[in-house]
Design a protein around this ligand. Structure first.
Ligand code: GLA
Length: 388
């Protein structure tokens, strides 16, 4: 499939722009194994890059304009480099153009001196499934431009560029997990990230050797209040940290929770308890993977889901049903993944049970009158790379 997309994106580039691209670069979507909403609290996350990628065919121009096309839309967005600003672009083009703008904003490139670009995008990362199709675009475009403009940035710097695009150009107040996972993913591994220091370490998952796989259950549900809900949770976390007198909830431990319960109102306390216990679960998952292997992390995944459902309140009935059905049908562990309010759940599953789980989930959704979910397995994969 990847081979096809590489060829397709080149052909589309040639058709749209009438020239040959300088190359094709790609970056993957991600699933988060554990550590939800901890990234913007300076905490820990353990995502992995998936084997679904966005491909960017990119060429330099001899003027100072940018054109971006994609299979997301028939429209080609075109703008001069010096006209780029957050309020002049809307829709999907905000992600690639936001990356270019962020490179200027962060002082990595002088947008008055660099050559223009033609960019064509193709992707097999599902959109709206909570698998970071936007970080995959940002990663592919940032990785390509870094090479073409000879910026010499490292992968963590490129992840920060992607996050700046997302936060300041597109206007989504996210953390840095998705971009780090997309840029720094490794085959068969998860990426353990300390979001305060932005240090990343690959943690071997050993799925194949234990005959395990990860099944994504895309509920196909996206709630209208998802971005409002995300913002609200972030504000509660910041209010909780301020009330507890710490720079971020990263600085609160499980032992501090009794005191937090006395100081905070019930809702803020439950938001805080999710973050604090989730940070601990990430650390415990890394330790368990290293000492006992992937078959031993099921209860941590299940506990993470309960915490998101009951304390952080970001799950929805479809996600709960996906998780409960997967658990009942033999998953080792299951949880919703990503920002919440819809999107996907993941289940850690013995290979031989995959079809049984798919049938069970389809059946349960039908029984509840929910639309049919989309289920597929994912393999932890390599981060951004040059393809051709
Ligand atoms: C979204 C954001 C991430 C992270 C997750 C929740 O995916 O983009 O930064 O906050 O939600 O863990």
């Amino acid at each position: 499939m990847s081979q096809d997309l590489r060829d397709i994106v080149r052909a589309e580039f040639e058709q749209a722009f009438g020239t040959t691209p300088a190359g094709v670069w790609s970056s993957p979507g991600r699933a988060n194994l554990i550590g939800e909403h901890t990234d913007y609290n300076d905490g820990f996350v353990l995502p992995f890059a998936i084997d679904r990628r966005t491909f960017a065919a990119v060429g330099l121009r001899d003027d100072a304009r940018i054109r971006v096309g994609s299979t997301f839309s028939d429209e080609i967005a075109e703008i001069a480099l010096d006209e780029l600003s957050p309020d002049v672009v809307s829709g999907w083009a905000g992600y690639p153009l936001g990356v270019v703008w962020a490179l200027g904003q962060l002082g990595h490139a002088d947008l008055a001196a660099v050559p223009g670009l033609d960019i064509m995008l193709e992707s097999d990362v599902p959109v709206g499934a909570g698998l970071s199709s936007s970080a995959a675009i940002e990663g592919a475009v940032a990785f390509a431009i870094d090479e073409l403009w000879r910026l010499g940035l490292d992968r963590v710097q490129l992840a920060r560029v992607g996050r700046t695009a997302e936060n300041e150009f597109v206007g989504a107040p996210t953390g840095i997990m998705d971009q780090m996972a997309s840029l720094l993913g490794r085959d068969d591994s998860a990426v353990f990230i300390d979001c305060r220091t932005q240090e990343a370490t690959a943690v071997d998952l050993g799925l194949a050797e234990h005959d395990l796989t990860i099944l994504v259950i895309d509920t196909q549900v996206e709630h209208a209040h998802a971005s409002g809900g995300y913002r609200e949770r972030r504000a509660s976390c910041e209010a909780g940290a301020a009330a507890l007198g710490v720079p971020a909830l990263r600085d609160v431990t499980v032992d501090d929770l009794p005191r937090a319960k006395e100081l905070l109102d019930d809702v803020t306390f439950r938001r805080v308890r999710h973050i604090v216990t989730e940070n601990q679960r990430v650390l415990d998952t890394v330790e368990t993977l290293r000492t006992q292997g992937p078959r031993a992390i099921g209860e941590l995944l299940d506990a993470s889901h309960r915490s998101m459902r009951d304390d952080f309140e970001i799950s929805v009935p479809e996600l709960d049903l996906a998780v409960e059905t997967a658990q009942a049908a033999g998953a080792i562990g299951a949880r919703m993944t990503g920002g919440g309010f819809g999107g996907s759940a993941i289940a850690l599953v013995p290979r031989e049970l995959v079809s049984r789980l798919q049938v069970a989930v389809d059946g349960a959704f039908a029984e509840h009158g929910y639309g049919q979910p989309v289920t597929f397995t994912v393999t932890p994969s390599e981060g951004a790379r040059r393809e051709v």
